[in-house]
Design a protein around this ligand. Structure first.
Ligand code: PLP
Length: 391
């Protein structure tokens, strides 16, 4: 079955994308800034007690950052470069959190000198670097979480430490003259199992109780990202996430909640973007082969990195006429045999689609342009154009 546009966009949103798409040569990403704005305002409404730090890596376009800046958002940065970009847009350093646990001592110093005072950590070496290069700063410790099987893009094994180690690090941070501030976790991106937050929050409760006995009162829970965007596999609505997660927090912390931080990336920008591509070639590998290969002018190396292991299943739409649909193998344009987006997962497209026809990839506002390679096979990085009803 072909996908239904109305499952993803309102008629006026689609019209706006479509009219703008006609003006440009493929491939490119279109981002609707009104959708980013709406996603942010919804999130703030659903989590009135939380501070939102946008995960810049998911879409670092200046236009996106400006919209969120003007709405009062804070930002989760992963490098000095993201910090410099935000400072140049007039965001003050008190609105930034250095959330990457992997950083050079020189970069900690650089960010400290520019005014950053909130840092994540998950190891003793990094913590000692923070104490030396960013003295007196607030630190939060990232813990490991479960949930990597139910997240479409897991993040939890590389980052974080065991809760017992987090306790040791937080106690050490006090000895080192830092401010032991809180605990963070990330349950994995595009997390379909809301219960993943429940077990993570329970671990934070355990850490808080243990540290309270040591005379340390933690002030912050940073619940990371992981909230979903609409791809092929359905997820619960954000309202359900918000209700459930709020309930877990109240069960474990009562009405006296610590400061709560959310760091959404995907859920704020994912559905704001449509990636527009064109069919380059359709071919078969033998005269009796049953599969047809459809090659597009976008692939894993110019925007579709998250099709890695077919993890993120983007909805594809084509205007080519008619039924029947066919399950093509879908691949990108570069000379790398890894540049195949979907071979096992089949995304039906009209059987009569032909070279030159356009294929629209929905929900591409997150983790596309920021992953695109610079010059692989000479293909330029993916361009972005912006649309908005507000002028
Ligand atoms: C990537 C990342 C996020 C954003 O995650 P989403 O699943 O896109 O919301 C938030 N916090 C940290 C520390 C991250 O690394």
């Amino acid at each position: 079955m072909r996908i239904d546009i109305s499952d993803y966009y309102t008629p006026s949103e689609w019209q706006l994308f479509h009219a703008e798409a006609k003006k440009h040569e493929t491939p490119f990403l279109l981002v609707n800034l009104d959708i980013v704005r709406k996603n942010y305002l919804d999130l703030v409404k659903f989590f009135p007690f939380a501070k939102v730090y946008f995960a810049v890596k998911s879409n670092p376009a200046k236009e996106v950052l400006e919209v969120l800046r003007d709405l009062g958002a804070n930002f989760d940065i992963a490098s000095r470069y993201e910090m410099d970009k935000l400072l140049s847009l007039g965001v003050t350093p008190d609105r930034l959190s250095y959330g990457n646990t992997i950083k050079k001592a020189a970069d900690i110093r650089y960010c400290y000198e520019k005014g950053i005072r909130l840092f994540a950590t998950d190891s003793e070496y990094d913590l000692r670097n923070i104490a030396r290069e960013a003295p007196g700063s607030k630190v939060f410790c990232r813990i490991l979480t479960e949930g990597s099987e139910t997240a479409d893009w897991p993040l939890s094994r590389k980052f974080g430490c065991h809760p017992d180690m987090a306790i040791d690090l937080i106690m050490l941070s006090r000895e080192l003259g830092l401010q032991p501030y809180g605990v963070s976790f990330h349950v994995g991106s595009q997390q379909r199992e809301i219960g993943a937050w429940d077990s993570a929050i329970a671990k934070v409760r355990y850490i808080c109780d243990y540290l309270a006995d040591e005379g340390i009162k933690l002030k912050l829970i940073n619940m990371g990202g992981g909230f979903p965007a609409d791809y092929i596999s359905k997820t619960n609505d954000m309202t359900v996430y918000a209700e459930e997660i709020t309930r877990y927090l109240k069960e474990d912390f009562g009405e006296d909640l610590p400061e709560i931080i959310l760091e959404p990336g995907r859920s704020l920008v994912g559905n704001s973007g449509v990636l527009v591509s064109e069919v380059v070639l359709i071919s078969q590998k033998s005269s009796t082969g049953v599969d047809r290969w459809l090659y597009l002018d976008v692939g894993k190396f110019n925007g579709l990195t998250e099709t890695w292991d077919e993890s993120i299943k983007y909805p594809l739409y084509s205007e080519a006429r008619g039924e029947p649909c066919e399950d093509f193998i879908i691949a990108g344009p570069t000379c790398d045999s890894q540049d195949v987006m979907y071979e096992y997962f089949r995304n039906p497209l009209p059987a009569y689609i032909k070279p030159g026809d356009r294929v629209y990839w929905f929900t591409c506002g997150a983790y596309t342009t920021s992953y695109a390679s610079v010059e692989f096979n000479g293909f330029p990085p993916l361009k972005t154009y912006f649309v908005s009803e507000k002028k």
